[in-house]
Design a protein around this ligand. Structure first.
Ligand SMILES: NC(=O)c1ccc[n+]([C@@H]2O[C@H](COP(=O)([O-])OP(=O)(O)OC[C@H]3O[C@@H](n4cnc5c(N)ncnc54)[C@H](OP(=O)(O)O)[C@@H]3O)[C@@H](O)[C@H]2O)c1
Length: 292
């Protein structure tokens, strides 16, 4: 029997990963591992761990595991490590890619909205401001949020990840560099501003795109609705409605008031599902179908 191990089973993503993997309609066994558990030989290991743990574990597991799917940001920008959203760049995975990285949750929402437009338009500039849920910060942050007097209660905090010497945060630079890698547009300009808001689950982004061509709103909506796991909503849709759903939703598409080459929209999606465990499950599914 093929085996898929979840490392970090007690975390936010590890827990969701377990229910996600149970959706796969192929024969395999799920094994789960917490802190200090011995990890045996596996066909696929899904690392639902923070960067330092993934950094330490990946080289140790190399000889025992056929494929590794890492949910952390540790290896995402490493050359030769594919950064994969199965709806967008499944071709990046081959039988020889032992380690596959799953992208940042906020970046996932952005590129899910940009990828369907790539065949029709040339992106000149992309700007987004994010409204990121507490669950994106892991179990500890969510537990703290539930305590009375949490800093995040009825608040928005414009600092996610670490503050870098250039004034950006690590989260903001993920939006730029991960988008370039996934979309295979190495010179894509993405201006990012990431904010944690007092919302328990599901991330959102307000996005502005400048293209070389004139924007055709009907064509854009059609491209979104024809793309898997993506839907344009004619009505306002918010994190409350999308939590627990697999679809990434977009609403409020409109042309800029001044510039015909610019359009704006709002994206919202479950960061623990499409932003993490569902994307991981789709990668595992692809590996089981094609290479394991
Ligand atoms: N949350 C999201 O929306 C999201 C989205 C995309 C990507 N990610 C990434 O996914 C990873 C997990 O995130 P999370 O939100 O699930 O964090 P989390 O809730 O803090 O979970 C991390 C888990 O790793 C476990 N762990 C620590 N050391 C371990 C070890 N040596 N072996 C096995 N397990 C170990 C922890 O165990 P204990 O319970 O014992 O502490 C904890 O349960 C992170 O890299 C994060 O950046 C998260």
């Amino acid at each position: 029997m093929k085996t898929v191990g979840i490392i970090g089973i007690n975390g936010m993503v590890g827990q969701k990963m377990q229910t996600e993997l149970q959706k796969i309609k192929l024969p395999f066994e799920i094994k789960t591992f917490g802190r200090n558990d011995e990890i045996p030989a596996l066909d696929i290991a899904v690392l639902c761990t923070d960067n330092p743990v993934s950094r330490e574990l990946a080289p140790k597991l190399k000889n025992r595991v056929k494929f590794m799917v890492d949910m952390s940001s540790e290896f995402r920008m490493t050359p030769g490590v594919p950064l994969v959203i199965p709806e967008i760049n499944p071709h990046a995975i081959t039988k020889d890619t032992q380690l596959i990285a799953s992208p940042n949750c906020t970046t996932t929402g952005l590129v899910m909205s940009l990828a369907p437009l790539k065949p029709f338009y040339h992106f000149e500039e992309v700007f987004f401001c994010s409204y990121q849920a507490i669950s994106g910060g892991g179990k500890k942050l969510l537990d703290e949020f539930h305590l009375p007097g949490s800093y995040y209660e009825k608040n928005c905090v414009p600092l996610i990840g670490s503050l870098l010497p250039n004034g950006h945060t690590s989260e903001e630079l993920k939006g730029l560099y991960e988008s370039r890698k996934i979309l295979e547009i190495p010179d894509l300009k993405v201006y990012c501003h990431t904010v944690r808001v007092g919302v328990e689950n599901s991330h959102s982004l307000g996005v502005t795109v400048k293209i070389k061509e004139k924007a055709d709103l009907e064509q854009i909506k059609k491209a979104w609705n024809n793309f898997p796991n993506l839907k344009y909503s004619e009505h306002v849709i918010t994190p409350k409605e999308v939590s627990g759903k697999e679809t990434t939703f977009i609403c409020r598409l409109r042309k800029d008031a001044l510039d015909e080459n610019v359009f704006h929209y709002f994206v919202t999606f479950d960061n623990l599902l499409k932003g993490a465990a569902m994307n991981g499950r789709q990668i595992v599914e692809l590996l089981l179908e094609r290479f394991v």
